[in-house]
Design a protein around this ligand. Sequence first.
Ligand SMILES: [Zn+2]
Ligand SMILES: [Zn+2]
Ligand SMILES: [Zn+2]
Length: 213
Amino acid sequence: MKLITTDIPCPSCNTPLTNYDGFSGACGSCGHQLDDETGGVLLAAVMAELLEGAYPGAGSGGAPPKVCKVCRRPLERKIEAGTGSESWHHHDQDMLSGHKPIPADADTVDVRSRCDFCNSDLGEEMWVLPCRDFIAGVHPVTGQNQGYAGDWSACGTCAPLIDKNQWNALLRRVQKGWEDDHGVPAPAEKVTGWRVLYRLLRKNISGSIYRAR
Ligand SMILES: [Zn+2]
Ligand SMILES: [Zn+2]
Ligand SMILES: [Zn+2]
């Protein structure tokens, strides 16, 4: 899965969807309602422009093009509103590492890919959950829209929970992983954020989870 953060224009008034939450998604400027399917199509169109040439194999679970040279984690690409200039950042989960990301081409680094749910290293076992692209709301700091592209990967512990539809157990595992990493209880809004994200994800699952390696 790749997280895309950028402005997505309202199909009615063309201003960024500032208060779109993926469920009651109404445009903050004109009130235009976006249903799930229209939102997915819109995101796909915006992403097609953004990803053109930048993510070979996007959506196929392939490695993203930039990886941090220091921690070997895939980096997140941010597109500035207006100028369209791009920059590379650690994912939220890797912010604790305490170093600045040093972007390198993915094929020059032995990438440590992660479980898209609990963030653990995938290692020998990797599962794939087929999923449509979807818009999931607004970044709390930048105010830009967030979209999730491509299939989601899962580790050998998260995969059976998804397969058996045990999403509350999965959420508890994700929360515990975050708390072990950070050494503090997860803030309520963080937990709510995961719950909302997984509800959206479940609406967009497009096939059964399968073992990829
Ligand atoms: Zn609008
Ligand atoms: Zn790093
Ligand atoms: Zn996992």
